[in-house]
Ligand binder design. Structure first.
Ligand SMILES: O=P(O)(O)OC[C@H]1O[C@H](OP(=O)(O)OP(=O)(O)O)[C@H](O)[C@@H]1O
Ligand SMILES: Nc1ncnc2[nH]cnc12
Length: 182
């Protein structure tokens, strides 16, 4: 789902994914409806189908898959393996050894800083992946980070978009795809 239309196959994938999202009210703080994708990750066949769907969309168009700690690692590592490209870990502050570049951003429930190793993605076409697109703060900060690190952000892919938070508005300069919207 990139522009809001979809084939029957896409609809099947959307339904499959949505059937494996657990809504948790007031987590991690009051007023947030947390979208828990652990039921998808726990279902090998459903998760594989979703990963195959994403891989077919980006195959041949990227040199690396970048995943945002922590849930982006769950999605990004198996996706990179499927696509036959390397995985780029985008980590929260203070976790990476060596020289790093960092970017701070606001979250729906706090603030955070992401970091990448200084020379890990220079000149590479990177597909940035995460489980959820909410306010867009994490993804937008990470896209800026990768560009500052010399990468081309070839696109961004999310399993689930929390549409009412309008995170896409922060990512208007990028190609975005989401498997499903909630
Ligand atoms: O669009 P946004 O409003 O920026 O929110 C989306 C981000 O929030 C969640 O991560 P979180 O920061 O909770 O960390 P985690 O992956 O370690 O659970 C999610 O995995 C995204 O990275
Ligand atoms: N509502 C939400 N559900 C799951 N992950 C999130 N990250 C930011 N907002 C979220």
């Amino acid at each position: 789902m990139s522009g809001g239309t979809g084939s029957d196959v896409t609809t099947d994938i959307q339904q499959l994914l949505l059937s494996r999202v657990h809504d948790i009210p007031d987590f991690p703080k009051p007023g947030v409806l947390f979208k828990d994708l652990n039921p998808l990750f726990a279902d090998a066949a459903a998760f594989a189908a979703v990963l195959d769907h994403i891989a077919s969309r980006w195959e041949g168009k990227v040199d690396m898959v970048g995943g945002i700690e922590a849930r982006g690692f769950i999605v990004g590592t198996p996706l990179a393996q499927r696509m036959g490209v390397g995985f780029l870990p985008v980590r929260k502050a203070g976790k990476l050894p060596g020289e790093t570049i960092s970017q701070t951003y606001d979250l729906e429930y706090g603030t955070a800083t992401v970091e990448v190793a200084k020379d890990a993605c220079r000149g590479k076409r990177v597909l940035l992946v995460d489980d959820v697109l909410a306010t867009g703060g994490t993804a937008s900060a990470t896209a800026q980070l990768l560009q500052r690190a010399g990468a081309e952000v070839a696109g961004l892919e999310f399993l689930l978009e929390v549409a009412f938070l309008q995170g896409r508005a922060l990512l208007a300069d990028h190609e975005i795809s989401v498997v499903a919207q909630a």
